[in-house]
Design a protein around this ligand. Structure first.
Ligand SMILES: NC(=O)CC[C@H](N)C(=O)O
Length: 230
């Protein structure tokens, strides 16, 4: 599996993401600068956390106009796995690849802690290696992680099983319905505020996030295998 980690001016979780793929999975991975325009040849696209363009206007509001974004949208439309973590989630929302918006945390402060998450849906290409309802511990670090959507969108997210992770303990940021991560309707674009790449190595004291990347790899292997025999 060949993965692209998109790098914007101000990204700061790109290296963690890169090493989760390279060392955690032992798979091919490249940094792709935001000004590039093609993602041809990549099997999975990852938009890491950080402060793209200094979080000016709103987090992700400028990054969504970057040269690479049409290629990210194309990859999403082709059904490739697209993962946006934290600032990556914010960028995917601004780009319209996921519904809703992220507002400032309800306490208006930047929150940095490890929180329990509930795996609401393990039938996705990102979560197949978790058990349904499994509680995992993953770090959060954000100022704008308060997920908001209107009633109609929330009903659709629930009906289509697009809510993948919820905060299992106290809701840290005011997110609607305790939402920590959602997919698009198709299930191949996941945005989440918590950082699985910061919990992907035993040396960091927590490997709960590694199975998310392993799930993507398993999905890719299954799809390559299916293409070979068809
Ligand atoms: N860790 C991050 O990606 C931070 C995201 C964003 N800059 C925020 O503060 O909400």
């Amino acid at each position: 599996m060949k993965t692209a980690v998109i790098v914007f001016p101000g990204s700061n979780c790109d290296q963690d993401m890169y090493y989760a793929i390279k060392d955690g999975l032992g798979e091919d991975v490249d940094y792709v600068w935001h000004a590039e325009t093609s993602l041809d040849g990549y099997d999975a696209i990852m938009i890491p956390g950080g402060f793209s363009y200094g979080d000016y206007l709103r987090c992700g509001a400028i990054a969504r106009f970057a040269g690479i974004m049409p290629a990210v949208i194309k990859a999403a439309e082709e059904g490739k796995p697209v993962l946006g973590v934290c600032n990556g989630f914010q960028i995917l929302l601004e780009a319209g690849l996921l519904p809703g918006a992220l507002l400032k945390n309800k306490n208006l402060k930047f929150i940095c802690e490890t929180v329990p998450l509930k795996t609401e849906n393990n039938q996705t290409m990102f979560t197949s290696l978790y058990k349904e309802g499994e509680i995992i511990r993953i770090p959060i670090a954000h100022g704008e992680g308060n997920y908001y959507c209107d009633d109609e969108t929330l009903a659709e997210l629930k009906a289509n099983h697009q809510i993948v992770f919820t905060y299992a303990g106290e809701n840290p940021n005011g997110s609607r319905a305790d939402i920590a991560g959602i997919t698009n309707r198709n299930g191949n674009v996941l945005g989440m505020m918590p950082h699985p790449e910061r919990a992907a190595d035993a040396m960091l004291g927590n490997k709960d996030g590694l199975r998310l990347f392993q799930s993507i790899l398993n999905h890719w292997r299954d799809s390559v295998h299916a293409n070979c025999i068809s």
